[in-house]
Write a new protein. Structure first.
Ligand code: C2O
Ligand code: CU
Length: 489
């Protein structure tokens, strides 16, 4: 893998072209990969604001304060947890310097953004990794409005503190709210438990503190939304322990837009605001028909926006890990004098049947046009039976047969979960639509698929390249549960 100072565009387009040439010499009925010129042409057609944002992402070791006197060493962006919010307007050009002071190579992926393929941040597929002590320039248009985030696409680095919100405003859809609060959820191990690489080793050995009751499964009687295998030492909201949470002050009666991001490596969360109802407005950055909920559940990688109007006092926002002990919290305070609720208060809303992203309906403006798919591909999720190996269509990633698509087609992914736990399936470069008979399914890039369940997703092929499709459980992805969606000619 090339690393070090590079002009990403040239380096990666080279990689794509090499791929195309390689295939030319293969047997004649092998479809050819789409070329770099087409990737570039699609970028040139994107709507732009004419504005350029320059920024730096410094990936490095950091000491972070989780609260309650707990200071730990981890890897983070800019030394803070979560990394500083990156905020842009759809159509802005981003010129990002990724500086790598980590003791190993890294990359950055813009989760939820339908970016140009060669900046998608997947070493070996789209974007060269950035070696230890090196830096790289990434230059691209940020196309997708909404609540998104960024993280490395390199081994299990995601389970450290390397994540930051990426909020993209839509000038055409300003939203109906007065204030906003970004809420980043994370399962935490650094400084309190084994390092992520050690967790992966222990999971593969079949030892260690499984959250479930058996190898690679959440166990009988576990929640259908449980999507993790490891009992992390703590659950953080905006980088803080539940016993010493972030306290945010908002105006009483204000419409507060929560932008909730599940940045965990191995944990789905149900989220409530004690004593309140939320109006869910967006899923994975895309507007939905607003719906009231007392409890929502987010798989790893998913985002949900919800508006809440706070009554006087202090409301606990609580994130409960599915089928694992512990609680993450933050406090939303409207009056300086109100007494904060006790840290181990478990709001009753946590026991309500949670609303999931896949049950939402897309707002009219973002529904795909009604049309039959041009091709159908199966995505069968399985594994975890007797060994910590996870597969898509019966194959681990090393041995994968990529899904294929032609530009302009509509692809239907028939996702079937043949395992005993939930998996948050994530698609790069596109936002699919959950298939419903009336065409109203939510737009999603990450869908939490419960055990033995089936979900169908329609994808319009409008962003050529080679794209990852994978489980957003970092340990499952590293243990095989990934494939690619490749554009062919
Ligand atoms: Cu959030 Cu493949 O990534
Ligand atoms: Cu999984």
């Amino acid at each position: 893998m090339t690393s070090g100072p590079l002009t990403p565009r040239r380096a990666v387009l080279g990689l794509l072209l090499a791929g195309a040439t390689g295939l030319l010499t293969a047997c004649s009925d092998t479809p050819r990969s789409i070329g770099a010129d087409r990737v570039r042409a699609v970028e040139a057609l994107r709507a732009t604001t004419g504005r350029t944002l320059r920024l730096r992402l410094d990936a490095g070791s950091a000491r972070v304060d989780l609260g309650a006197g707990t200071v730990v060493s981890t890897w983070a962006y800019g030394g803070v947890l979560p990394g500083a919010m990156l905020r842009a307007t759809a159509g802005d050009r981003l010129r990002v310097t990724l500086a790598n002071a980590l003791p190993e190579a890294t990359s950055v992926h813009w989760h939820g953004q339908a970016v140009r393929n060669d900046v998608d941040g997947v070493p070996g597929v789209t974007t060269p990794e950035v070696g230890e002590g090196r830096s790289a320039e990434l230059d691209f248009i940020v196309p997708t409005p909404g609540t998104h985030w960024l993280h490395p696409h390199h081994g299990v680095q995601l389970d450290r503190g390397l994540y930051a919100p990426l909020i993209v405003d839509d000038p055409h859809e300003p939203g109906d709210y007065d204030e906003e609060v970004v809420v980043v959820l994370d399962d935490w191990t650094d400084g309190l438990g084994p390092a992520p690489a050690e967790i992966l080793r222990q999971l593969r050995r079949g030892s260690g503190a499984h959250a479930g009751h058996g190898m690679g499964g959440a166990g009988i009687g576990a929640s259908p939304w449980a999507a993790g295998d490891w009992q992390h030492a703590a659950h953080l909201v905006n980088g803080r322990l539940g016993t010493d949470p972030v306290v945010t002050t908002v105006r009483p009666g204000a419409r507060v837009r929560l932008r909730i991001i599940n940045a965990a490596a191995d944990t789905a969360y149900r989220v409530v605001v004690g004593g309140h109802r939320m109006s869910v407005t967006h899923s994975d950055g895309f507007p939905v028909v607003p719906v009231e909920a007392r409890c929502v559940v987010l798989g790893m990688g998913e985002r949900l926006d919800a508006v809440v109007v706070l009554s006087d006092g202090v409301a606990p926002l609580v994130a409960a890990p599915e089928s694992k002990p512990g609680l993450g919290r933050m406090l939303l305070r409207t009056s300086p004098l109100a007494k904060a609720p006790d840290p181990d208060v478990r709001p009753g809303e946590l026991d309500v049947e949670p609303l999931t992203g896949a049950r939402l309906h897309a707002a009219d403006a973002v529904r795909l046009d009604r049309r039959d798919p041009d091709r159908v591909e199966d995505v069968v999720l399985s594994g975890g039976m007797g060994s910590f190996t996870w597969t898509i269509n019966g194959r681990a990633y090393d041995d994968t047969r990529p899904l294929r698509i032609r530009e302009g087609e509509r692809l239907r992914l028939r996702v079937v979960n043949h395992s005993m736990m939930a998996h948050p399936l994530h698609l790069h470069g596109h936002t699919a639509q959950v298939v419903r008979p009336d065409g109203s399914g939510a737009r999603k890039d990450t869908v939490l698929v419960p055990p033995m369940a089936r979900v169908e997703l329609d994808v319009d092929a409008d962003n050529p390249g080679a794209w990852m499709v994978h489980c957003h459980n970092a340990y499952h992805a590293e243990s095989g549960m990934m494939t690619r969606l490749e554009y062919v000619l």
